[in-house]
Write a protein that binds this ligand. Structure first.
Ligand SMILES: Nc1ncnc2c1ncn2[C@@H]1O[C@H](COP(=O)(O)OP(=O)(O)OP(=O)(O)O)[C@@H](O)[C@H]1O
Length: 265
């Protein structure tokens, strides 16, 4: 048995869809407990597909997934998932949206609501629990979605471009908030983004997927920048710029290939 058991281990994962398109081909990734890993790759390369396999939402055509040493069959019981699109129910208030996962698990409503209020406070929405999603800004909705995911205390958080719809300033605020929450209670995070700067600023490790079809992992970089980090300030440091230059050298050709493929389609 390995010295430290991975929180999440994807081994030689291949995903071929019904029409015969192979998105991912033989990709392997281990994520350690408490590690923040970003996956970066050109548009349409298979990042979401890979994350869906980790969540247990998609069965790979071949390859294996282990979660804390147990083979995954069905939904990943230790994972919380935060999507790019809105996950809030429009007919529920922020408080009810955050509480609903606990209620589904059988927590008494009063207790679930009390925990939801505590989480709303933690994400800076303490005064907005009664608001409905349409009464909140994009950033507020993301905060509520973050609380909705973290209230369930998943050991692994899977995030698929969670902040990509936000303006730059709100996005940086959210990134810093996520890092603060993460450092207070270290969970394993797998963070999908097409934004290399965001990936470097946030992560312990950045993994590069090649352009599809048959995307593979073509590079892994340890990000040894000091923490705590401010995502805006870290971007101006020499260490960040050196990493960016090195990783971009690997990523650039793949981005161009991906762009050429999608622009022909
Ligand atoms: N159910 C499916 N059936 C057929 N092809 C699919 C299916 N789901 C995804 N694909 C294809 O697999 C490839 C990878 O898709 P995926 O959404 O994983 O990429 P991505 O890297 O997350 O994309 P983006 O950067 O645009 O978010 C794409 O070419 C997509 O069209």
């Amino acid at each position: 048995m390995a010295a430290t058991q991975a929180a999440l281990s994807l081994q030689d994962v291949t995903c071929t869809f019904a029409g015969g398109y192979t998105a991912i081909d033989g990709a392997s990734l281990d994520v350690a407990p408490g590690e923040f890993v970003s996956i970066v790759g050109p548009t349409g390369c298979g990042k979401s597909t890979f994350l869906n396999v980790a969540a247990g939402l998609l069965q790979p055509s071949s390859g294996r997934v282990h979660v804390f040493g147990d083979e995954l069959n069905g939904l990943n019981p230790h994972a919380g998932y935060m999507f790019q699109s809105e996950a809030l129910m429009p007919w529920k208030t922020a408080r009810d949206n955050v509480a609903v996962g606990l209620e589904v698990r059988g927590t008494k409503r009063a207790d679930a609501l009390a925990q939801a209020d505590a989480w709303l406070d933690r994400v800076g929405l303490g005064a907005f629990g009664d608001r409905y999603p349409h009464q909140m800004s994009g950033g507020m909705r993301k905060r509520a979605a973050l609380a909705q995911t973290l209230i369930l205390d998943p050991k692994i958080v899977l995030m698929d471009e969670p902040f990509s719809a936000l303006d730059v300033q709100t996005r940086q605020l959210m990134e810093n908030e996520l890092l603060e929450l993460w450092s207070a209670d270290r969970k394993s995070v797998v963070f999908i983004t097409h934004d290399l700067e965001e990936a470097i600023a946030m992560s312990d490790r950045v993994v590069i997927l090649s352009a599809g079809p048959r995307a593979r992992i073509i590079g892994e970089y340890k990000i040894d920048l000091p923490r705590p980090r401010d995502v805006a300030e870290i971007r101006m440091t020499d260490g960040f710029l050196d990493l960016h230059k090195a990783i971009w050298a690997d990523l650039k050709d793949e981005v161009l290939k991906g762009y050429a493929r999608t622009s022909r389609a």
